[in-house]
Ligand binder design. Structure first.
Ligand SMILES: [Zn+2]
Length: 617
């Protein structure tokens, strides 16, 4: 018998369908070794040697797997294809003691999708465990551990107990803090626009609206006309002027489909279109990847691996999409060639694929009855986005018209959809507007000219979608980390979502951020954090040694930390005039994880506390 080990029972079920009786597929239930919870678990004096432990819940799994080892000929690690998956395999090898036993060979196989073809191909090309990928994972784990476990006690002493600081998520909080300040400091600017209701002199039923956009041939600087005085002057000037069509431009405009999903865009669209949090999107995507029961067909992997930053599509997928599109919508809807996407990521070494359906012919409707409503929605989104990439562009007939009135130029734009193309499966919002048939030099009639006052608006607060987009733009976070970052900053009460799902900063979030910015600038620096991500990529690429990256970070970090322990004053309490109703002592204001609260100054003898907002009422 051969033993195949994967992370989860669902994945085990889906894979075993493709393997014969000579294979036993078992689940490790995630990581079987990790750093200890209660202590640092990293020997900083000794090359950052991690002291891994087997958590209690993994002990049973290890014991059960060990029993199977004696009956197994080959041992095959089939965990996920990224660094986390590689590390799980490596930890398994360590925990099962396979490294020392020369009798057993351990094969590592990887695949983007759990399909018959992919599994068979993977089995034909086994490799050994890639220690570069493992080291990149270890480096991230240890780095996060060092920052978290060293910086949090500092915050307890200087701000409030129960706080925690973390690498990367502190940068995310910083982005939110800075946006909040931008909003606070924003001064709305007044501006005006002028629009004209026009119609051809020959036909007064065909009204259309044109906006003033040029004065003496020069575009009006943004955001618009400065004030009412200028606006009134223009309106005065326009009185009695003839409006003459000066330019007409008609053309076809093509709109191309968006690129196939990678983790970050999947999370953004999941948030915008389906109202899913990034955590929810990833959980559902994992279920679709690992396999869903499809009645007679058994457990079936419906999408490719969901943690990826590659827009690459396999040849096979491209041709399967072509057949499916022609079959479902007809020849004219296929792009006419397989549309391929350049890989933007700097991380080319992990030759992954975009998130796409494993079988384009499997329409969302055809499997709807086997999916939960949420699984269906996400599969539908992924299927549509992928199919769209291989479909024809949408074609719009557009027309733009310029109308002159003395020194002033008005513009009007119209567009009509001529061919829907990919919009058939992946609709986007657009408006159709028809302009009347006009000719150059034609005089048009004015029925109304109306000025409008506007004010510029502050930049919007971040939501999950825009925060992920921004993190990605700055090179912070990776496919495996966006969702955890978003969860962590909320769990720690540094930010809160409002009813419209925008992030608001909490008092404690602001305090912790300000302290980090002042005293640990590197930890919250965008460039520094992005460079660290690059270093981790280099480790994965075999171009950098992981312990060296840690050393470079840790030495200045720990020296600074020691200095700051002395320099920064401990947290203080604010005096109040309130008397404790339990012991008669004085009440003071303290800082806690959830903000300020009132407590008895005789703490810990007296544990009386009061909610601050209530006591103020
Ligand atoms: Zn008291």
């Amino acid at each position: 018998m051969n033993l195949v080990i994967v992370e989860s029972p669902a994945k085990a079920r889906t894979i075993s369908k493709f393997l014969g009786h000579e294979y036993s597929v078992q689940a490790s239930f995630g990581h079987v070794r990790d750093l200890p919870r209660t202590v640092l678990g990293v020997d900083v004096e000794n090359n950052f040697e991690p002291k891994y432990v087997i958590p209690p819940k993994a002990k049973k799994t290890i014991a059960a797997l060990k029993k199977l080892l004696s009956k197994s000929e080959k041992i095959i690690m089939a965990t996920d294809e990224d660094r986390e998956g590689e590390a799980i395999s490596w930890h398994l090898v360590q925990a099962l003691g396979l490294e020392d036993s020369k009798r057993k060979t351990v094969d590592r196989i990887v695949f983007h999708e759990i399909t018959k073809g992919a599994i068979e191909k993977a089995l034909e090309h086994p490799r050994t465990i890639d220690m570069n990928l493992v080291d990149a994972q270890q480096a991230r784990r240890v780095l996060d551990r060092l920052v978290g476990y060293k910086l949090s006690p500092f915050l307890w002493k200087k701000v409030a107990r129960g706080l925690s600081a973390g690498r990367v998520q502190s940068v995310a909080v910083r982005l939110i803090v800075e946006r909040e300040r931008e909003i606070e400091n924003f001064k709305a600017e007044e501006y005006w626009t002028i629009e004209a209701n026009l119609q051809p002199a020959t036909d007064n039923r065909q009204q259309f609206i044109a906006f003033l956009n040029k004065i003496k041939g020069e575009a009006i600087p943004k955001p618009g006309i400065k004030n009412k005085v200028e606006t009134d002057k223009i309106l005065d000037d326009l009185k009695g002027k003839e409006f003459i069509v000066s330019k007409i431009e008609s053309k076809e405009e093509k709109r191309v489909p968006a690129s196939p999903f990678i983790t970050s865009t999947l999370q953004q669209e999941g948030f915008k279109k389906l109202r899913f949090s990034s955590k929810q999107t990833m959980m559902l995507a994992q279920q679709l990847y690992e396999g869903v029961e499809l009645g007679d067909k058994g457990p079936t992997g419906l999408i490719t691996y969901m943690r990826t930053d590659s827009t690459n599509l396999s040849e096979q997928a491209l041709w399967a999409a072509k057949d499916a599109i022609i079959e479902m919508f007809g020849e004219k809807y296929w792009a006419g060639f397989p549309r391929k996407y350049k890989v933007k990521s700097r991380l080319a070494q992990e030759a992954h694929e975009a998130v796409r359906p494993t079988d384009p012919a499997r329409t969302p409707e055809s499997i709807r009855s086997h999916l939960t409503p949420q699984q269906f929605k996400l599969y539908d989104l992924i299927w549509r986005r992928f199919m769209a990439t291989q479909m024809k562009e949408a074609i719009f007939d557009t027309m733009s018209v310029e109308i002159e009135a003395g020194n002033y130029t008005f513009g009007a734009n119209g567009q009509i959809l001529k061919f829907d193309g990919f919009l058939k499966v992946y609709p986007i919002k657009f408006s159709e507007l028809t302009l009347p048939k006009l000719e150059e030099k034609e005089k048009v009639e004015v029925s109304e000219i109306s000025p409008k006052q506007h004010f510029t608006k502050p930049p919007p607060r971040f939501n999950e979608a825009s925060l992920i987009k921004t993190l990605e733009k700055f090179g912070i976070g990776r496919p495996s980390t966006y969702a955890p970052i978003i969860s962590t900053i909320q769990d720690r009460n540094y930010v809160q979502k409002d009813r419209t799902r925008y992030f608001h900063l909490t008092e404690i979030g602001k305090m912790v951020n300000d302290l980090l910015v002042q005293h640990f600038p590197n930890v919250v620096d965008l460039k520094f954090t992005s460079k660290m991500e690059d270093d981790l990529d280099k480790i994965a690429d075999g171009k950098e040694k992981w312990t060296l990256v840690l050393k470079e970070f840790y030495k200045p970090f720990s020296e600074n930390l020691e200095k700051k322990y002395k320099e920064v004053s401990d947290k203080t309490v604010e005096e109040t005039d309130e008397i404790c109703d339990k012991c008669g002592g004085k009440m003071v204001i303290r800082m806690g994880r959830f903000g300020k609260f009132m407590a008895c100054s005789n703490f810990p003898k007296c544990k009386n506390t009061k909610n601050l907002s209530n006591s103020e009422n």
